[in-house]
Every structure is written in structure tokens, then in C-alpha cells.
Design a protein around this ligand. Structure first.
Ligand code: CP
Ligand code: NVA
Length: 304
């Protein structure tokens, strides 16, 4: 079976940590001007059924940076838009490309593609998970704080794909995680339950953002209405108002706490402009690190 990356559940801590350590090396080498060609002759196919700036460009740049080639398709440009079965798409793509990077709605879509694909399928965001993003976010924490295992991480806002993936990461890496989500916007209950069972440290869901942020080393936030939830934007603006990451909320975090945002950001909604632009928020390092993590992922899944 091909070596897919669909969810962090599929990997143990050592494997997840190895992507991060390799990405840190690749970042250093890139700053030193060292060029790589290990993926020369390889082709990455991308199927994106949702918009993307960072994930698309950083995956493309990563592939070119390792000597490979890229074919990008938006979902609507493929026969998937006319209901070609996923199992056919998967088998066709595998005849043309060496790896497939997919951004879509249902997690079951990437799983179905992977089931029928003889080449690796990489999850570049579904409604349920955003695994590659959390790896670059943890890389950013490691850069800022040296390691993540002993830290207290907070999540403030929607229990969305990012929150679900942070929960998985907490159970795999063994750090403490407290999530504050409004009622009705909880993370996936099955993911939370499994993570709690497998975790070595507490993973706690609360309603009060101040409780989550208390003594946190890292405070995470994300948009209040994820892609596909645009029609709920107005309602969410009301519900999530107390969940804004601003100076006042951060007062109870540990001194030197880091604020993470995977971007795109909506200033004045989930985060204030001064926090996003302030020295404690390395959001643009997070964005850069996506490229280095994607290089590490492509290398590992294409050549081992
Ligand atoms: N963080 C992230 O996934 O951004 P894009 O939606 O721009 O890819
Ligand atoms: N939760 C957001 C993440 C965007 C990178 C979304 O799914 O739209």
C-alpha cells in the first residue's frame, strides 16, 4: 500500500517528530543557499476543491525546490465536477503522477482516493483535519520554545479541522491541551474521546476562553467560519465574539506566550490587529514553515 498522509492518527510520535526535524534542517540548508534535486523526475498532482494561498504555493514551491514538477487542478476543472467516481480518478492519477495532494470537503474523499491510489495521497485540508498545517505549527513552536512536550497549549474558538488536528497532535506528542469552544461548536467528539484515551497529558474542553488561556505557553486561533461555512458567517460573528484573541485575553497566559494563527486571518474577529502584528505572534514564520514541512513530507513519502 502506498504511504499516504491522511490524518495524524496514522503516525507515531517519532515519525511525526521526524518530519519536523527534517524540515528544520531543510530550512537551514535553504537559508544557506544549498540546492536540492532529490525529487528530479517526480511529478506532484494537486487537486484542490477549496481555495488556498499558502498550502498551494508552499507545496508547489517545495516540489520545485526539491527538483520535481507540479500539475495543479482545481476540483471544478476535473471530471470530479461531473461526478466521475473517486475510485476512477485515483487510479487514473496514479498512472500520471508520483504523489497526489488533495484539499477537499469530506475526509472520506481523501480516504476513498487513498484506497484506490497506488501512489501516496496527502491531505492538504479537509473539513475534519489539516495535518500538514499542524506539523508546521509545531515546527514553529519548536523554533520558538525549543520543544513542545512540556508546554501548555490553548485553542480558542471553533472546534474545527485545526482544533481536531491539534487534539490528535496532543495525544501523539504528549503535551497538555485546553480548548475553549462555544456550545454547539465543539471539536469532533469521537476524536476528542480517542485522543483523551491515548494521551499521556490532559486534553480538556471548556467554554471559557480565559480558562483555556490561563498559564498557556501557546495560544492558538483560527477563523470563526471555515471554508464551506460562509453562510453561517453572520451567526458565528455573534457567537464567537467572546472568543477573540486580544491583549486582555492574553493577560493570563504565561509571560512570553506565543500566539499562533495558521492564516488567513480576519483582523478584528478571531484576533486583533495588534496581536497578529505583535512580536508574540510568529504567524508569518508559520506560513514559511509550511514550505519546509511540505519538502520534508514530499521527500519522506516519495523516497522514504
Ligand atoms: N493555512 C492555510 O492552509 O492557508 P491556505 O488556505 O491559504 O492554504
Ligand atoms: N479552519 C480553516 C483553516 C484554513 C486554513 C478552514 O478550514 O477554512
Amino acid at each position: 500500500m502506498a504511504n499516504h498522509l491522511l490524518s495524524l492518527w496514522d503516525f507515531d510520535k517519532d515519525t511525526l517528530a521526524s518530519y519536523i526535524m527534517r524540515a528544520i534542517d531543510l530550512k537551514k540548508e535553504s537559508k544557506e543557499g544549498i540546492h536540492h534535486h532529490q525529487l528530479a523526475g517526480k511529478v506532484m498532482g494537486m487537486i484542490f476543491e477549496k481555495p488556498s494561498t499558502r498550502t498551494r504555493v508552499s507545496f508547489e514551491s517545495a516540489m520545485y525546490g526539491l527538483g520535481g514538477q507540479v500539475i495543479y487542478m482545481s476540483g471544478r476543472d476535473t471530471q470530479l465536477a461531473r461526478n466521475e467516481p473517486l475510485k476512477d480518478m485515483a487510479r487514473v492519477m496514479a498512472r500520471y503522477v508520483d504523489i497526489v495532494v488533495v484539499r477537499t470537503f469530506g475526509q472520506e474523499v481523501v480516504e476513498e482516493l487513498a484506497r484506490y491510489s497506488s501512489v501516496p495521497v496527502i491531505n492538504a485540508l479537509t473539513d475534519l483535519f489539516h495535518p500538514c498545517q499542524i506539523l508546521s505549527d509545531i515546527m514553529t513552536v519548536v523554533e520558538q520554545k525549543g520543544s513542545i512536550e512540556k508546554l501548555k497549549i490553548a485553542w480558542v474558538g471553533d472546534g474545527n479541522n485545526m482544533a481536531n488536528t491539534w487534539i490528535q497532535a496532543a495525544s501523539r506528542f504528549g503535551f497538555e491541551l485546553t480548548l475553549a469552544c462555544p456550545e454547539g461548536y465543539d471539536p469532533d467528539p469521537a476524536i476528542l474521546e480517542r485522543a483523551k484515551k491515548e494521551a499521556g497529558k490532559p486534553i480538556i474542553l471548556v467554554r471559557d476562553p480565559a480558562t483555556a488561556v490561563m498559564d498557556a505557553d501557546v495560544v492558538n486561533c483560527d477563523v470563526w467560519a471555515s471554508m464551506g461555512k460562509e453562510d453561517e458567517q453572520e451567526k458565528r460573528l455573534q457567537v464567537f465574539q467572546p472568543y477573540q484573541v486580544n491583549r486582555e485575553l492574553l493577560r493570563d497566559a504565561k509571560p512570553g506566550a506565543v500566539v499562533l494563527h495558521c492564516l488567513p486571518a480576519h483582523r478584528g474577529e478571531e484576533i486583533t490587529d495588534d496581536v497578529l502584528e505583535g512580536s508574540q505572534c510568529p504567524a508569518f514564520d508559520q506560513a514559511e514553515n509550511k514550505m519546509h514541512i511540505h519538502k520534508a513530507i514530499l521527500e519522506k513519502h516519495l523516497i522514504g
